[in-house]
Design a protein around this ligand. Structure first.
Ligand SMILES: Cc1cc2nc3c(=O)[nH]c(=O)nc-3n(C[C@H](O)[C@H](O)[C@H](O)COP(=O)(O)OP(=O)(O)OC[C@H]3O[C@@H](n4cnc5c(N)ncnc54)[C@H](O)[C@@H]3O)c2cc1C
Ligand code: FES
Length: 338
């Protein structure tokens, strides 16, 4: 029946939940506090690929890059886009790392812009004041509704640890429906957000942490660093951050202060195009090159890779070749929505 909920059972684990008509499998799972693997929520990253053991789905807007025709035929679906046509049994190819925190069910909130300021030529810091606290884990993201385009949303990672005032680092794209407006939005303007989302949050444990980002990928890692400082967490942290020039490095003085406060934090900025005017004596080249040279054995680390999907995938492959266990690699790929 089209207007009746369908039951979904997840293997391994045997958790089960209902999906309302019109709802995606992932939205229903998050609403009911069931944890599934996922990333972008837009059908672009393939993190939410599950095997359909039983039942048929409407595949929705799954990108052919994230789910090929052959994979559909084999019986795979992306649960962020899939809507059940009957009761389902789904199976994950990879197992949970056993350190997942309880799912925080997302909700929608009306917020107000507190401030917007440029950090570099293209990166802006956006601060949103909330009417009530939003509980989230460091590394999670929310979706912001594009001003003037009701029902259209973009994902932005939370860049700080304050449940009443969220900060974001937004890369401005002049043709961008959301980010193209970021320098024109003013304090006091309303913005609707929904969340929190994301499974690539900082895991607890004693393993050393490897953080890698370029550009606005700094955002979720900054939230993790603020959390580490607040919690007085003493795990060793190796942090590679890639930018083109010195002028493209955001929040430099803040990161230097964090390094002074956290002796176990080793911050390694890498510039891919330093000009003589940069007066740069630090690392040059891409983050992948620096990691290739400087991290002989990745097996002890929990690694968080954030930002451009191509960079995340390249670093992920490199770390796997250097011995990291798949379950200790956490990706936050900033796939474009369009
Ligand atoms: C989980 C997640 C977290 C994210 N977190 C952040 C974050 O913290 N900060 C942040 O700035 N972004 C983040 N993004 C990306 C963000 O959601 C938007 O996709 C991005 O800001 C572009 O949206 P827009 O509306 O401005 O542009 P759109 O109107 O969606 O796109 C305009 C044009 O620009 C192209 N385009 C989109 N992105 C890029 C790009 N990066 N480089 C070049 N061309 C591009 C599009 O294909 C399109 O042609 C995140 C994405 C995901 C999935
Ligand atoms: S493709 Fe489903 S979460 Fe990214």
């Amino acid at each position: 029946m089209a207007d009746a909920p369908h039951r979904v059972q997840v293997e391994p684990g045997g958790q089960a939940f209902d999906v309302e008509p019109g709802e995606t499998v992932l939205d229903a799972a998050l609403r009911q506090g069931v944890g599934l693997h996922y990333g972008c929520r837009q059908g672009n990253c393939s993190s939410c690929k599950y095997f359909l053991v039983e039942g048929e789905v409407d595949f929705g807007k799954a990108s052919p890059y994230a789910l090929s025709e052959a994979e559909r035929e084999e019986g795979y679906a992306l649960v962020c886009c899939a809507r059940p046509l009957e009761d389902l049994e789904i199976r994950a190819d990879s197992e949970d790392d056993g350190r997942s925190l309880p799912v925080l069910s997302p909700r929608e909130l009306a917020s107000e812009i507190a401030a917007i300021e440029p950090l570099t030529e293209t990166l802006y810091r956006l601060r949103l004041r909330l009417p009530e606290p939003l509980v989230y884990y460091p590394g999670q993201f929310v979706e912001l509704e594009i001003p003037g385009r009701p029902g259209e949303w973009r994902a932005y990672s939370i860049a700080n640890r304050d449940e009443r005032e969220l900060e974001f680092i937004v890369k401005r794209l002049s043709a961008g429906a959301f980010s193209g407006q970021v320098d024109r939005l003013g304090p006091g303007a309303p913005l609707t957000l929904r969340g929190p989302f994301g499974a690539s949050y900082l895991r607890e444990g004693q393993a050393p942490v490897l953080l890698v980002a370029t550009g606005s990928g700094l955002a979720p890692l900054r939230a993790m660093l603020h959390s580490v400082a607040q919690e007085r967490d003493t795990r060793p942290i190796l942090f590679y951050y890639g930018a083109r020039t010195r002028a493209d490095l955001p929040v430099e003085s803040e990161l230097e202060s964090l390094c002074a406060e956290l002796p176990h934090l080793d911050y390694r900025p890498c510039l891919s195009q330093p000009s003589p005017a940069c007066a740069w004596e630090g690392r040059t080249g891409r983050v992948t090159q620096a990691i290739q040279r400087e991290v002989p054995d990745a097996s002890p680390y929990d690694a968080y890779l954030c930002g451009a999907p191509e960079m995340c995938d390249a670093v992920g492959r490199l770390l796997e070749a250097k011995g990291i266990d798949e379950g200790h690699l956490f990706f936050d790929r900033f796939h474009p929505a369009t």
